[in-house]
Design a protein around this ligand. Structure first.
Ligand SMILES: [Zn+2]
Length: 162
């Protein structure tokens, strides 16, 4: 018998950790440079970073300018392709329903997120968009990597704004 705790333990690699740390740096940049909600995203294909993103809703007057969308747009431009099959998206907050559908459309292979989002999370917290088996494309989803760092940054940001 395999130890069930081993099965449920998230299998994060050194590379996963490094990319999520980069995403956290982008989240801090959103906060410090643009006074945006601190969420950052790094999109990786193979071992190449193909897109970086951070929240820019206020800066761009764009409700769709979430970190994930910005990373997808950057990658699409770089690759001259709207699909990024097998790519992994690292994001500091559980994706919302809008971003989840965009990730499905882009044929992303895997999503690793840090903090859960009890208000709009679509990887099971509020909606199941990212993890639904009704899509014709399935994405592997893992949460909780550097969750404490990411949620502390968000909590302090909203506390400071009050
Ligand atoms: Zn989103």
């Amino acid at each position: 018998m395999t130890d069930p705790t081993l099965l449920s333990a998230p299998a994060f690699s050194e590379a996963d950790l490094r990319y999520m740390q980069h995403a956290l740096q982008l989240a801090a940049h959103a906060r410090d440079a643009e006074n945006e909600v601190p969420v950052g995203a790094v999109l990786v294909q193979g071992d190449e970073v193909i897109g970086l993103g951070w929240n820019r809703n206020i800066t761009l007057n764009d409700p769709s300018a979430h970190a994930e969308i910005m990373a997808l747009r950057a990658a699409g431009e770089k690759l001259a392709n709207y699909r990024m099959p097998g790519a992994t998206l690292y994001v500091t907050l559980e994706p919302c329903a809008m971003c989840s559908m965009a990730l499905v459309h882009a044929r992303i292979g895997r999503v690793v997120y840090a903090a859960t989002d009890p208000k709009t999370g679509a990887a099971g917290s509020v909606f199941d968009t990212l993890i639904s088996d009704r899509h014709n494309h399935r994405i592997a989803v893992e949460g909780g990597l550097l969750a404490e760092e990411a949620s502390t940054m968000l909590r302090e940001f909203f506390r400071a704004r009050r």
